[in-house]
Each structure stands twice: as structure tokens, then as C-alpha cells.
Ligand binder design. Structure first.
Ligand code: FES
Ligand SMILES: [Fe+2]
Length: 334
């Protein structure tokens, strides 16, 4: 070893920097957006390939997602604890994600298993890891102060296995609460959707509304249509049950305080004939894209902030689902 190298290494030892890696502790979860705790659908399964890490922003944090050797998803903070490079720019190697900067390798628990310059693991050097599940072709992350999820991700029994679906995504530059409230609001139908689904809707129709801790369910036009209903499950999924074998599903993935990624799926009963399915999917995605676009422009006019900050708003009878939503969100967010 040359003189210069000796000085450098001894200098590091003298200041304790070589011990830094073993002294570091990082909390498992760091809530950065005020949200109710729960399982959040944050990504569609098809967005995460087995071949490379994927960087996304969710909950106001940079996250890296990757698949382990069994194909199971792993979700970590996208920040190398050595010197803050994005792990999502790295690669997958031996069931680990390797940082692109100096090659440190982190396993599925977030522990650093290999440092190239020492050729050893770095004890206690770890990346934050989020509890994750993959069900219904969605990747769900547990978000909250506890690292012990108390349940499985919510779902709708009507969206049974075996139905076909198509999907598109749309990024809305506003808070998740505004996106969800729009889907709890039936009085906008004859106005916002006057040229599409609201053409024959009547705001004088008496809805049936069920309000519970975990869900909000209502039939917008109960006198005329006993079958169709809208249901929202806290914290971030929604369905419009139109009839048996035909439903619209939405997941509202919170990107940050001022943007939300919407995953819209049309579920339908049918046979997956390749070209025919492409045509049907194209038709559903185009149609629902037009309808969602009508919502989008009005919702964005409300501003990008959380609806819980809109204390000057005056709610009316048709806003009962929204009032319940705000109450529950306020009570549970942390
Ligand atoms: S910043 Fe990741 S290994 Fe150095
Ligand atoms: Fe709408």
C-alpha cells in the first residue's frame, strides 16, 4: 500500500467513517403524505418486468420496485444509503438489487449483502422496505405507521377471477382526495357527462346510500335501477357495477401531494379471442377515456390541494357520500 493510501485509510478510521455503516439505522417506514393507513394499489403488475428495477414516485417518495427470483415484487426506497444514488438505475444480480454507483448489493429485506471494496456485507446498512402484496394483477403497498399490516388488500367480490379486463392509466395533477370524491359524486352526471353517460341521468333521483367505516356504497338511481351501484373501498379502490359481467374499476395511486395516477379497468365477461379482444379493449378504453376526460377538466379546476383543506365548501344532500369520505379520511389519516 502506498503512503497516500495509508494516510487516507487511517484518516477514515480516525474520524470513525469506516464504522459509519455499522452504526446506521434506518426506520422501516417513513410516511411522507398524510393518508389513512392501509393497502394501496400503486402499480399494475404488467408495469414491473422481471428483468430490471423500476423507479416510481408514490406517497411523495421515490420508490424502487423489482422482482426477486421467484417473481415476487419488492418495494424499497429508491435511495442508496451509501451516497444517495437511485437504486432504480442499477441492475438485478443474484436476487439482489445492485447500486449503479459503487456496486453495493441489497437483498429483498433491504440489507446490504455485499460491498465491493470490502468484499463483505455491511452490517446494519439497509434500505427502507415496504410490505408488499401482488393480487388481482395489482401491486399493493402497505402504508402507515405500523409495519404489521392488519389485513389483506381490499377487493370487490363482483370482480371475480375469470373476467377479462382492459386498462389504461391517466395522471391527474391533483390530490388523491379530489380524484376519489369525483367518483362519489352522482350529481355531476347530467352536467359533466351531458353528452355521454349522464344524458338521461336525473339529479332528483333518490339514491340509496350505505356508509361504513371501510366502504361507501350507493345506487345513484335506485328507483329505476336496482342492479347498478357504485362502491368505494378505503383507501384507494372503486368500482361502478353496471351489470353482471360488466364493471368499471379504478385505483387511485397517490404519487405526491399534487398528483395521482389513475388506473382504470373495464372488467367484462367474454372469451379472449386475440384480435377480437384487442378491438373490444380499444373500444372500452377509448369510451372510458372520453368519460374520464370530462371528469378530469372539471376536477382540476378545483385546484390541486387536498379536499380536506377546502373548509369553505358547502355540501348539499347529494354530497352525503363525500361528507362521509372526508370524515373517515380525517379521522384515520396520519
Ligand atoms: S451510492 Fe450506492 S453504492 Fe455508492
Ligand atoms: Fe364523472
Amino acid at each position: 500500500m502506498s503512503e497516500v493510501e495509508i494516510l487516507v485509510h487511517e484518516g477514515l478510521k480516525a474520524t470513525g467513517m469506516l464504522d459509519y455503516a455499522s452504526a446506521i439505522t434506518i426506520k422501516l417506514l417513513r410516511p411522507s403524505m398524510k393518508l389513512p393507513p392501509g393497502w394501496y394499489a400503486i402499480l399494475s403488475s404488467d408495469e414491473l418486468t422481471p428483468y430490471k428495477p423500476l423507479g416510481v414516485e408514490r406517497f411523495g417518495q421515490a420508490l424502487v420496485l423489482w422482482r426477486d427470483e421467484s417473481g415476487a415484487p419488492v418495494v424499497m426506497r429508491d435511495l442508496c444509503p451509501h451516497r444517495s444514488a437511485k437504486l432504480s438505475l442499477g441492475k438485478l444480480k443474484d436476487n439482489r438489487v445492485q447500486c449503479p454507483f459503487h456496486g453495493f448489493e441489497f437483498d429483498t429485506t433491504g440489507s446490504c449483502r455485499y460491498v465491493p471494496e470490502t468484499e463483505k456485507p455491511a452490517e446494519n446498512l439497509c434500505v427502507d422496505v415496504f410490505p408488499v402484496q401482488e393480487v388481482h394483477n395489482l401491486i399493493w403497498v402497505w402504508y402507515g405507521s405500523s409495519d404489521k399490516p392488519s389485513s389483506d388488500p381490499p377487493w370487490f367480490a363482483e370482480l371475480e377471477e375469470g373476467l377479462l379486463y382492459c386498462q389504461f392509466t391517466d395522471l391527474w395533477p391533483c390530490h388523491i382526495t379530489r380524484c376519489i370524491e369525483n367518483q362519489l359524486d352522482y350529481a355531476h352526471l347530467p352536467f359533466v357527462h351531458a353528452s355521454t353517460i349522464g344524458r338521461f341521468a336525473s339529479i332528483s333521483a333518490k339514491p340509496e346510500v350505505e356508509l361504513a367505516d371501510e366502504r361507501i356504497k350507493f345506487r345513484p338511481n335506485a328507483e329505476k335501477n336496482k342492479v347498478a351501484f357504485i362502491e368505494y373501498r378505503f383507501p384507494n379502490i372503486w368500482q361502478n357495477y353496471i351489470k353482471d359481467g360488466f364493471m368499471i374499476f379504478l385505483a387511485f395511486a397517490p404519487v405526491n401531494e399534487t398528483s395521482t395516477n389513475l388506473y382504470l379497468r373495464t372488467y367484462y365477461r367474454g372469451v379472449a379471442v386475440p384480435i377480437l379482444k384487442d378491438l373490444v379493449d380499444w373500444f372500452f378504453n377509448i369510451t372510458n377515456g372520453i368519460i374520464l376526460g370530462q371528469d378530469r377538466s372539471v376536477v382540476l379546476s378545483q385546484g390541486s390541494a387536498s379536499s380536506l383543506e377546502a373548509s369553505e365548501e358547502r355540501l348539499f344532500l347529494s354530497d352525503i357520500p363525500i361528507r362521509h369520505f372526508r370524515k373517515r379520511w380525517q379521522e384515520t389519516q396520519s
